[in-house]
Write a protein that binds this ligand. Structure first.
Ligand SMILES: Cc1cc2nc3c(=O)[nH]c(=O)nc-3n(C[C@H](O)[C@H](O)[C@H](O)COP(=O)(O)OP(=O)(O)OC[C@H]3O[C@@H](n4cnc5c(N)ncnc54)[C@H](O)[C@@H]3O)c2cc1C
Length: 487
């Protein structure tokens, strides 16, 4: 190998002030201090292994980020917790974090294909009887497929290839002649979850999304999928774990190079050697976890290069794009009008709106989402025109009062160098059935862990935590095997 190990036994530092370079020896180095990487580090440490977490940003939390903008606390990234996300809920409890329910009293607003504005209650959109029948039919088919195929290994199902080689857009139209039904059902997965146009991913990818949340019906039920929020914000999960880990987390330290050497045959793990170079540290270890979204794997130079299969697979996983819109008002004015703040319009610029008022806050906050091609169009406008277009769209649901928020902020994850999109990664057409079986395969000492690779909780913080735990368990098992005396 072309690099030198420095197993000094203790950390060494050289340089001055901000430029101090750390030289660390650990059992496991974790790239990325999002919820997945930090959970893995916490579990490994509990099992007695030493860790270092190297984070590119000057903060932990990754795609969870709770910040104060113009005096308002905003969840710039992930925030909601649903009842099936039990592993995240266990972590919240362990960390002493509490949850609260989203405001949901009153009527919701639906804007249909005819631009008609209707107030309604309950989980079903106020569509014509024939569209309702078609929506129920599509929901039943997707629920059936999600139950049959599951989230663990969708690529292994006999129907995988067939479903993975048709776009979700065309699959919907193969199953229903009703355009409004197709657009509404499409919204829950395309604009609503994968944040890509429905023609850009497969029906199998849509089934995975549904199965990962328990069923497709769960995705359509906002009382389920957007059930609870964390008091103080979702980033607290990462902040609290990082506080436990202390100096083992190194911020502002993007990993640039991973030098690795596979264990010799018969020496399953103890012989693995990894040297991870970041802007502030070099860590010598025996295992490395890439706890970053797959679209960023190629930001790191692997030496020797990754195998062909990984090179190919990683080019087929990409992040979607969504603008999360935050608008804070002096009061939650919609409530006085008997409205919950929940609004849907598959054909509207802002496709979904919810009451996102913070716990104990007298002001009212709305959150909305502008997804995929509509988001592209917004970024072609000036800042002023973009704001006006987005507020006009919210006002179409909730009235002109919506046009004058005291705080207005757009989460723009596409511009974030260390994420590059939102919410998470999905495969292009045919990618899931072709590559899925290898997405968890370790390459020598290199393991992969992020919400983008999760089964249950896929794309969500719960999936990130589940992946962190699973990956830590795999490494602990490999480490234990290596510690067994040779017979
Ligand atoms: C706008 C938005 C809304 C969302 N809403 C929800 C929601 O309501 N509920 C929900 O459950 N989920 C939601 N999500 C998704 C959720 O936030 C993510 O699934 C979760 O944060 C993923 O965690 P992770 O640890 O896998 O990856 P990340 O959170 O992306 O963490 C990866 C970390 O790796 C770091 N990194 C990248 N490259 C390098 C490198 N070379 N060297 C060192 N560090 C590196 C990054 O800076 C980052 O900190 C939302 C996401 C977004 C963006």
């Amino acid at each position: 190998m072309a690099f030198i190990y420095s197993f000094t036994g203790r950390p060494t530092e050289h340089g001055h002030g901000k430029d101090i370079m750390l030289n660390l020896d650990r059992d496991v180095v974790i790239v990325g201090a999002g919820p997945s990487g930090l959970t893995a580090a916490r579990e490994l440490k509990k099992a007695g292994l030493t860790v270092a977490v190297l984070e590119a940003r000057d903060r932990v939390g990754g795609r969870t980020w709770t910040d104060t903008i113009d005096g308002a606390m905003l969840e710039i990234g992930g925030q909601w917790v649903s009842p099936d996300q039990t592993v995240l809920m266990e972590t919240l409890e362990e960390l002493g974090l509490e949850m609260y329910s989203r405001y949901r009293e009153g009527e919701s607003i639906y804007i249909g294909a005819d631009r008609k504005h209707t107030r309604y209650t309950g989980a079903s959109f106020p569509v014509s009887e024939s569209t309702a029948v078609e929506m129920d039919k599509l929901t039943a088919i997707l629920d059936g497929l999600a139950a049959e195929i599951g989230a663990e290994e969708p690529w292994a199902h006999p129907k995988a290839r067939e479903l993975d080689t048709i776009s979700f857009h065309h699959w919907l139209r193969q199953n229903s002649p009703d355009e409004e039904a197709c657009n509404n059902i499409g919204l829950f997965i395309a604009g609503g979850m994968l944040t890509k146009p429905a023609h850009a991913f497969s029906a199998l990818q849509a089934v995975l999304m549904a199965a990962s949340a328990g069923s497709f019906s769960n995705l359509t039920d906002e009382d389920f999928i957007l059930d609870k929020r964390v008091i103080g914000g979702m980033q607290q999960v990462s902040l609290r774990i990082a506080a436990e880990l202390g100096d083992d987390v190194v911020l502002s330290s993007p990993v640039r190079t991973i030098n690795w050497e596979e264990a010799a045959p018969g020496d399953e793990t103890a012989g693995h050697r990894v040297s991870v170079e970041s802007d502030r540290a070099t860590v010598n270890a025996r295992f490395v976890i890439m706890a970053v979204p797959p679209n960023l794997y190629s930001r790191v130079s692997f030496n020797p290069p990754l195998p062909r299969r990984q090179h190919q697979m990683h080019q087929h996983q990409s992040l979607g794009l969504v603008i999360k819109v935050h608008a804070v008002y002096e009061t939650p004015f919609w409530r006085e009008n008997g409205l919950s703040g929940t609004c849907f319009g598959a054909g509207s610029l802002v496709q979904e709106v919810y009451d996102n008022t913070n716990h104990g806050d007298a002001r009212g906050t709305l959150v909305g989402f502008v997804s995929d091609e509509k988001a592209d169009a917004m970024f072609e406008l000036s800042e002023e025109d973009r704001k006006a277009a987005i507020l006009d769209s919210i006002a179409e649901y909730l009235g002109d009062e919506a046009k004058n928020p005291s705080v207005f902020y757009l989460s723009d994850w596409g511009s974030e160098e260390w994420t590059r999109g939102a919410y998470a990664a999905s495969y292009d057409l045919g990618g899931l059935s072709r590559y899925g079986k290898d997405q968890h395969t370790a390459v020598g000492p290199i393991y992969w862990s992020s919400s983008d690779l999760a089964a249950e909780g896929y794309q969500h913080v719960d999936g990130a935590v589940r992946m962190g735990k699973k990956t830590a368990a795999r490494i602990i098992a490999a480490n234990d095997r290596a510690a067994q005396p040779v017979a």
